[in-house]
Structure formats: C-alpha cells, structure tokens
Design a binder for this molecule. Structure first.
Ligand SMILES: NC(=O)c1ccc[n+]([C@@H]2O[C@H](COP(=O)([O-])OP(=O)(O)OC[C@H]3O[C@@H](n4cnc5c(N)ncnc54)[C@H](O)[C@@H]3O)[C@@H](O)[C@H]2O)c1
Ligand SMILES: [Zn+2]
Length: 429
C-alpha cells in the first residue's frame, strides 16, 4: 500500500491539514513519483457549491385582432434591434382551415412591420390536435424548419394554435440550440386559460402523455380573443373544464362566478367566455409565480387536480377524448372521492357535478370501468416524481394533498357516476 493518507474529504477550499507519505513498493509507481507528487499535493475529492439565480419574466397579453397590420402587440413584444428579427410562424392546421385567410394575414403583418420582423419562410402548417404530439416525424419536421430558417437563439418562433400544437412547437423550440425564443398565440379556450400561458411543453412517447418535455418559459404570450371565434363548441367546453378546476382548488369566488355564468358559458357567449378565460389565466399565472414551485421540483401539483385518471383516459382513447373532457371526468371522480372522504359536503359535491354538467361536460366515460386505477395512479406518481401526491378539494376553493387513494372506494365512485350518467341519459331521451 502506498499513497497519501489522511487527505481531507469534502474539501471546500482549505488545504488538507494532515498529510503523510507512504513510499510505494512498486518501482513503476516510483518512476512516476514526481507527477504523482504534483497531483497528490491537492486532495482528490473536492466539492464546490455552484449557485446562481435566473429570473424569468414574460408578458401575457389579452387583445383582439393581433394580426391586423396596425396591431402593436406583437410588434412591440419584439425588442427593438438594429435589424428586423428573424421569425418562423408555425400554425395549427385546424385553425388554418377555420380561417383560410390566416396565412396571408401573417405574411401581410410581417410585410407591414418589416422594420421589426422578417419571415424566414412562409408559415409552416402542422397538424392540430393531440395526434401531433404522437408523431415523431412531425416534431422532426418542425426542428428541420427551424434549422432551414436559420433560427438562432435571438430569433423568434411564433406558435399559433391549440394546446397540442403549442406543446409540440414549444418542445421543438426549447430543444433547438438549447432553446430559442418562443411567442405563443393560443387559439383555443384551453390554451388561452391554461396550456399556453405556463412554462411547460411536451410530446407523448412510449404510450405516455407528455413523456418528453421541458420547463421552458415563453418569451411572451399573446391571447387574441378573436381567434376563439372559429373554435367548435366541443373545444370551447373542453377549455371550460380547466377553469372549473382552477376555481375549485383556488377560489370560491371564481367558482361562484362560473356558476352564475354557466348558461352563457354553455352557449359559448363571447363576453362570458372572455371573462372566464382572463380570470382563469390570471389565477393560473398567480399560481405559477406565487406557488413556490414554478418548475415543479416537488411532488405536489395542485393544478393537476383530476389529471391522474384524465391522462390515462386520453391514452386509452388515443386522444379521442379531448384533454379538457378527460379532465372533467377526472374531476368528477375525485370530487366524489373527496365527498366520500368527508372533504366535501354532499351539497358541495353536487355543486361541482352540476356545474360541470351545466357546461355540457360528461362526468363519466365507459373506459373508466376498464381503467387499471393502480397503474394510472402510479404513472401519475412517476410523472410528478417522488411519492404519490393527489390534490383533492377541501370545500370549494381550497385543496388538500393526499398520498394514498383507496382503490375500492374509487371504483365505487366510478360505478356511482356511471349510474348517474345512465339516469341522465335516460332523462334526455
Ligand atoms: N403545457 C401545458 O402546461 C399544458 C396544460 C394543459 C394542457 N396541455 C395540453 O394541451 C392539449 C389540449 O389543448 P386544446 O384543448 O387546446 O386542444 P387541441 O390543441 O387538441 O385542439 C383541439 C382542436 O381544435 C383545433 N383548433 C385550434 N384552434 C382552433 C380555432 N381557433 N378554430 C378552429 N379549430 C381550432 C385544433 O386543430 C384541434 O383539432 C393537450 O395535449 C394537453 O396535454 C398542456
Ligand atoms: Zn390540464
């Protein structure tokens, strides 16, 4: 045995105090003695603590007709620079189909504001809806367009579309050159009040929702309320489910507002929709900034209320059930469970279920009966990391985190919701 004995471990800058040399018995080691000595003059185990803080700030605008040539919002969002910013627009195919003049409007906007931005290519249209998050070729094509357009870390990607397209483009943007600037222009209710304003992106892989993704705050978000005009009612409703979620776990006042405007919301009236979208987005932003865990390093995820079964339902139906629709079903299950656990009164449970139903959302899906609940909970646990942490409502506007779910009780809740569903379908006939 030879070498240095008694060298300091966990060195934080002080030289080792006690050093003792034991001559090597092997001559080859002796030949390298000088080199060895030079290296050994410093301890082999060191530790430095690296610490820095990165502050994030991004603007979330609520506006109308953001692509009118004279509109200032997008133009002013781009920082003044010596030369116009290179921009690539990526557009949701559903939105493009519903607004045939949209692509031309993008080009006209760029032409009118050519002192501030220049298009590196005509807008790229990508398939809208959940299917785009399942298609690796589509992700590759977005990255290829960024490469072909010479998009650098000072250029901009502007994504126009529903939550799925924003997630896909956001993931591509966050992983090209280790992150290029992204401006989101959400075009669905759900994307404007939830998916498009936060700090996450992602695509599905290995049969799991959002298996690949990053935390990457956008450069800016422009919620153009006019974009919602062409959104089918089904997608309007799906977005309302996320508002019920936010209200139920954060604000009794917002919940009461939703109840009071449920008729107008169900009819997708513009004024009610706008009030709901802006309030929900504000609550959501406050949660991200003030909740203490914007990048979700802990296991608690209050705004994922109802999501453990919702994600599995989306997977089981291959995205046929919309995200918001699945969340409504998931919230109904967890609301019944919270009631059975004594966290909600019967009156509070019925208020939640009534509001969801009044908004035209289903509270049950046949696939729920076939769902492997233990596996769905475990996937959720794995996605969040650490121990299982499920958010449940405790009264209206407050929440509690639980680390266990009783599977038999959950099955009984699902069966009860199934019966209620059968009764209400009978009533409808
Ligand atoms: N990143 C996040 O923080 C976050 C949060 C919540 C949800 N999400 C994700 O968002 C996705 C759901 O988003 P969504 O509800 O917006 O649905 P979506 O993106 O699936 O869009 C629904 C449909 O509407 C079409 N469409 C979009 N805008 C339109 C418009 N203005 N007019 C006509 N058609 C239009 C789309 O082409 C699509 O067919 C899910 O993948 C979900 O996982 C992400
Ligand atoms: Zn959601």
């Amino acid at each position: 045995m030879s070498g240095w004995k008694g060298m300091a471990r966990g060195w934080r800058g002080d030289l080792p105090r006690k050093i003792e040399w034991i001559p090597p018995s092997n001559p080859r080691i002796c030949a390298n003695f000088l080199d060895f000595y030079a290296l050994a003059a410093y301890p082999t185990t060191m530790e430095f603590t690296q610490r820095f803080v990165v502050e994030y700030e991004y603007s979330v605008h609520f506006t109308r007709d953001a692509l009118a040539p004279a509109s200032e919002v997008l133009r002013e969002t781009l920082p003044a620079a010596g030369a116009p910013h290179r921009c690539l627009f990526v557009v949701d195919s559903g939105l493009a189909a519903a607004t045939p003049e949209l692509l031309q409007r993008v080009e006209q906007y760029a032409a009118h504001n050519d002192h501030r931005l220049t298009l590196v290519a005509p807008p790229l249209v990508v398939q809208g809806g959940e299917a785009c998050k399942n298609d690796p070729a589509l992700l590759a094509s977005v990255r290829a367009a960024l490469e072909a357009g010479g998009i650098c870390r000072h250029s901009f990607v502007v994504a126009l579309g529903g939550g799925a397209v924003l997630d896909l483009v956001g993931y591509a943007a966050a992983t090209v050159h280790r992150g290029v600037r992204l401006i989101r222009m959400p075009s669905t209710v759900l994307a404007q009040n939830d998916a498009g304003i936060g700090v996450k992106n992602g695509v599905n892989a290995f049969g799991t929702k959002n298996f690949c993704g990053t935390f990457a705050p956008p450069f800016s978000v422009i919620n153009d309320l006019d974009l919602l005009r062409t959104l089918p009612r089904r997608d309007q409703r799906a977005g309302q489910a996320e508002a019920v979620k936010v209200a139920l776990v954060r604000s009794a006042e917002f919940f009461a507002e939703l109840e009071a405007s449920s008729r107008e919301l169900a009819a997708c009236e513009e004024a009610a929709t706008e009030a709901m979208v802006t309030r929900c987005a504000r609550e959501h932003l406050e949660h991200i900034a003030g909740g203490g865990d914007p990048f979700e390093l802990g296991s608690a995820r209050p705004l994922d209320f109802g999501h453990w079964s919702a994600h599995r339902l989306e997977e089981m139906t291959n995205g046929e059930v919309r995200h918001g629709e699945a969340v409504a079903v998931g919230m109904a299950v967890d609301t019944c469970y919270a009631y059975e656990r004594g966290l909600l009164t019967m009156e509070q449970r019925d208020r939640v279920l009534r509001l969801l139903r009044d908004l035209g959302l289903d509270l049950h899906h046949p696939e729920l009966e076939r769902m492997d609940l233990a596996s769905a909970l475990d996937s959720f646990r794995q996605h969040l990391g650490g121990a299982l942490c499920v958010t449940l409502p405790r009264g209206i506007g407050r929440l509690v985190e639980v680390s266990e779910m009783d599977l038999d009780l959950l099955r009984r809740c699902i069966a009860w919701l199934g019966q209620q569903d059968a009764v209400s379908q009978g009533d409808d006939r």
